[in-house]
Write a protein that binds this ligand. Sequence first.
Ligand SMILES: Cc1cc2nc3c(=O)[nH]c(=O)nc-3n(C[C@H](O)[C@H](O)[C@H](O)COP(=O)(O)OP(=O)(O)OC[C@H]3O[C@@H](n4cnc5c(N)ncnc54)[C@H](O)[C@@H]3O)c2cc1C
Length: 380
Amino acid sequence: MSGGAINRVVVVGNGIAGLTAADTLREAGFDGELTIVGDEPRPAYSRPALSKALLLDGDDVSSHELPPTGHGATELLGVRATALDLDRRLVSLDDGTALPYDRVVLATGSRARRLSSLSEELTLRGLDDALSLRGRLAATPSVIVVGGGPLGMEIASGCLAAGCQVTLVSQGVPLIVQLGPHLAGVFVRAALDQGLTIVETGSARLERREGSARVVLDEGAVREAEMIITAVGDVPNTEWLADTGLAPQGVIPVDSHGLVRPDVAAVGDLAAFPTPYGLRRIPLWSSAIEQAKVAARALVHGHDAPPLRFQPYFWTEQFGLSLKAVGYLPLEGEPTYIEGEPGGGPALMRWSHDDGAGVAAALNYRVAIPRLRRMSQAAA
Ligand SMILES: Cc1cc2nc3c(=O)[nH]c(=O)nc-3n(C[C@H](O)[C@H](O)[C@H](O)COP(=O)(O)OP(=O)(O)OC[C@H]3O[C@@H](n4cnc5c(N)ncnc54)[C@H](O)[C@@H]3O)c2cc1C
């Protein structure tokens, strides 16, 4: 089917993917009626900052703010999309109204996966979560963080820096799944040096006994603390699309232009797009931005617009270490040290995957991202 004339575009989701799509639609020449629908009652903000600067910055809460936008869209904030009618081209809203569109961008992101329905289980996904955690950390309670991925480790690092006694419960070695053994080892050493207690387990669950919540490890051992925070992955927000068949496994598969059909784009954490390693969801900040730029142009210009040529960019800050990495993670084997040497000091490193694709990483090393990109592409 053809997309037809474009007078009205609706962007559903007011995160970085939706915001970038709106800005790019304008850059691509769309000057019609643009509406953004977001269920959070505030303008888009930096989610990565929530588990980094924002947990620690004293009274300053500005680290999450994004530069002002120029899309001039009508912003319907605090409003939830409840359904999409692909035939009639309508987005239904929870205030009982419906928005007609010629093109629609699906950008409703994801939410924290939970291990229980207990109110004691805290998660970190939105600004309100971060502000609430920060307030509670000020009383320096003992904390259990469940989840040894980048987010769990960043939260554990923030809690330690706030003066709390922190136990991290992890399925296997923290960060090994996401980063591979070499870099995971560097971060785990730094975390242990700073006083983190790490408990490795097969799986963990939460239960409430005698009025308080606790973490039960796979062999039945129990861990208790005044605060329990879980960081065990995310779940795409696609339930509102249930009647469309667009998200067969809860994720929306898109083509290399970020399109589901000529009039529908899906971008950010809810979309799986073609990569050299198959159709993948890559729920990262830079991935959301790159997908949104490509898809917005394709909505306006069709498949004449350039397709996604995506090279993942990942960063994390925790336990006094800062890592930037360009390329597909995780990384097996030892890196080539281009600058610095093993041991956790400032270093520039490069790995090669079996298919020849490279990854470049900077640890506590100031380097411009374009240089890291060039390094990742250079022959090993
Ligand atoms: C604490 C934290 C730290 C992170 N740190 C990093 C990092 O260091 N590096 C990195 O690369 N990535 C990081 N990420 C991941 C990164 O933030 C996400 O990949 C990115 O925000 C995805 O953007 P998005 O626009 O797709 O989704 P979101 O940011 O989730 O935005 C989607 C928006 O749509 C809204 N919405 C949902 N359903 C509806 C509906 N039905 N109607 C209307 N609106 C709806 C949501 O409330 C939300 O406002 C982090 C994530 C978190 C939570």
